[in-house]
Design a protein around this ligand. Sequence first.
Ligand code: FPP
Length: 246
Amino acid sequence: MGLLFKARKRAEEADLSALPRHIAIIMDGNGRWAKKRGLPRTAGHAAGAETFRRVATWCKDVGLEYLTVYAFSTENWKRPREEIEAIMGLLDKYLLEAIGRMERDRVRMRFFGDTSVLSPRLRELIEKTAEISTHFEGCQVNICLNYGGRDEIVRAARAYAEDFKKGAADDLNEELFESYLYSAGVPDPDLIIRPSGEYRLSNFLMWQSAYSELYVTDVLWPDFDQNEMKRAIAAYQRRNRRYGGI
Ligand code: FPP
C-alpha cells in the first residue's frame, strides 16, 4: 500500500507545463506480459500496439513535440516468422487507422529505418502517412521500423562519402553528419524510457542518445499508461542535465 501510494504521488509530481521536447521509448516486455498470462507472444504485441496508441494519444494531448518508438529492430528478423508477421500485421492495422485520424488529431508521422525491404502494402501505407504529415504541424511520432542505431550511422557515413566524392558535401562535422541520419531535423531525445527492467539501449538511437536521460521501470510495455509516463517525466524533471559541464 505504502509503495503504491508513493508511486501515485510521484506521477502527480510531473510538471506537464515543462515537458521534455522529445521522449523516446523502447517498447519492451510484450512477450513476458503474454507469457505471464499463458497467452501467445503475439497477444503481447497486440496489447503493446494498443498501449502505443494510448500513449501516443496522451503525448499529443499534453502537447509533447516528439515521440519516438522502437517498433522493429534490424535484429528482430531473427524471431519466428509468425511473430514477425503478427508485428507487421499490427503495424498495417494501426497505420491504416492513423491515416484516417491524422488530419483530425494533427499527429505527424515519420519512419526511421530501412523500410525498402517491407511488404509493398506496408510501404504504401508508410508513404501515405509520410505524405499526409507534410500538410500540418503538430506532435510528431517517429516509428523506428527495421531500425538499428549502428546501421543508421553506417548508412549516413556511406551517403556522406558519396556526396563528398561528388563534391556535394563540405568537410564533415557533427551537424552535417546528423543531416544524413534518419532523424535529420529532429532534436535528440531528452528522455529515453525502457519498460521491463532491462538496462540497455539495444541499438536504439545510438548517435542521438549521447546526452539523453535514461529511465528504466519494471512495468511491462502492455501495462504502461499515462501514469507511468508521468512517473518517467517526473523522474526526468528531477535530473540535473550537465552535458559534460558542471
Ligand atoms: C519488444 O518486446 C517488442 C517488440 C519487438 C515489438 C514492438 C511492436 C509493437 C508494440 C506492435 C506494433 C507497433 C506499433 C507502433 C503499432 P519483446 O517481444 O522483446 O518482449 P519480451 O522481451 O518480454 O520477450
